[in-house]
Ligand binder design. Structure first.
Ligand SMILES: *Cc1c(COP(=O)(O)O)cnc(C)c1O
Length: 356
């Protein structure tokens, strides 16, 4: 039986026996009452790794991001962010529904906001206007195919925003992918922002969880918002233990995912009918553009799916592949091969004339 390569997302990773053992053996308390020692250990660990005063454990990245939005902005305020940002596109409209903020999305070529992109976007203090309070950054940038936010640009943006009295939140769901690929320390990226969210359940391999880090004051406010959102969890140490295991064992190995993504991308770039921009494959995400006239990304996804490659079409002409710790190295050879077979089958007369 050939292996199935599940490249839909790096969230599909399942806890290993060692990680499960760490979960089972973790000392527990009641984290809402503030005495779960394993949650406290995780929060101190992630704060130390990012150079922030405090960490806070959340059930999801969405809840951590939405908490940060509410810490920094209130009803009727405006939040600047990149157009393909997760917070704008994939969080169920929560900024409007829960925080009551107005989002102001800005186009970029690569997901990295630069001061020139924001010049003139801060609204004047006047009763006609929403008040601009917050800028949200994303690194690596999911919607832009795992691109790394260049540190010099991030530092320039951060200075620009802070000079103008704006708060900065970094959606660092995959921050450690950026850290490993760029060799820029997590603390240097984190210094650009007042709060940073970091997913443990993506490439790091934990089953559940995201941490938010920031100053003691920001995290105290975040704790209150998290409770209000229903994110106060009791014996949460059983989950936090997986997060500790992930942070201690699975950060450096993200480099393997990046190598595999580049290998898969290189193989796919040889094929007719699709196109991959190899220079943009910087971490664990590969964006495949379907270039054959008349071929829909969804049809190619279905066809490779029948050959044991699971992926998502992210637009009518784009497919996204994500590598992670449950993808074997043989994917470097087999994924392009299965795409090749799928493309060939879709161009055969039988497929063209086939039923729909
Ligand atoms: C996955 C992700 C999140 C959070 O997602 P959850 O599924 O809520 O944990 C936030 N931002 C980015 C960029 C992501 O990729």
């Amino acid at each position: 039986m050939e292996p199935v390569f599940d490249l839909r997302s790096d969230t599909v990773t399942r806890p290993t026996p060692d990680m499960k053992r760490a979960m089972i053996e973790a000392p527990l308390g009641d984290d809402v009452l503030g005495d779960d020692p394993t949650v406290k250990r995780l929060e101190a660990l992630i704060a130390g790794m990012t150079g922030k005063e405090r960490g806070l454990f959340f059930p999801s990245g969405t809840q951590a991001n939405q908490t940060a939005v509410q810490v920094h902005a209130g009803r009727g305020d405006e939040v600047l962010l990149e157009r393909r940002a997760h917070i704008f596109n994939y969080e169920g409209g929560a900024p409007a529904a829960l925080a009551g903020v107005q989002l102001h999305p800005i186009d970029t070529a690569d997901g990295a906001l630069r001061p020139a992109d924001l010049e003139g976007r801060i609204r004047p203090v006047d009763e006609h206007f929403a008040q601009t309070r917050l800028v949200c950054l994303e690194n690596t940038h999911n919607g832009h195919g795992g691109r790394i936010y260049p540190i010099a640009d991030m530092e320039a943006l951060s200075r620009w925003a802070r000079d103008r009295g704006l708060a900065v939140h970094l959606d660092g769901a995959r921050l450690f992918n950026a850290v490993v690929a760029s060799a820029v320390p997590a603390a240097r990226y984190a210094a650009c922002a007042d709060t940073v969210s970091i997913c443990l359940s993506k490439g790091l391999g934990a089953p559940v969880g995201t941490c938010l880090v920031g100053s003691a004051e920001a995290i105290a406010r975040a704790r209150r918002v998290r409770k209000r959102l229903g994110g106060g969890m009791r014996q949460a140490g059983i989950l936090a233990a997986a997060g500790i295991y992930a942070l201690e064992r699975n950060v450096d190995r993200l480099a393997d995912d990046h190598v595999l993504a580049k290998e898969i991308a290189a193989g796919l770039s040889e094929l007719d009918g699709i196109d991959v921009d190899l220079a943009h494959v910087q971490t664990n995400i590969v964006l495949v553009r379907v270039t054959r006239p008349g071929l829909a990304a969804a049809d190619l996804v279905r066809e490779v799916g029948e050959r044991g490659v699971r992926a998502f079409d992210t637009s009518p002409s784009q497919i996204r592949l994500v590598t992670h710790l449950d993808v074997p190295e043989s994917a470097a050879r087999d994924v392009p091969r299965r795409f090749h077979e799928a493309l060939r089958s879709l161009s055969s007369p039988a497929a063209k004339g086939g039923p729909h």
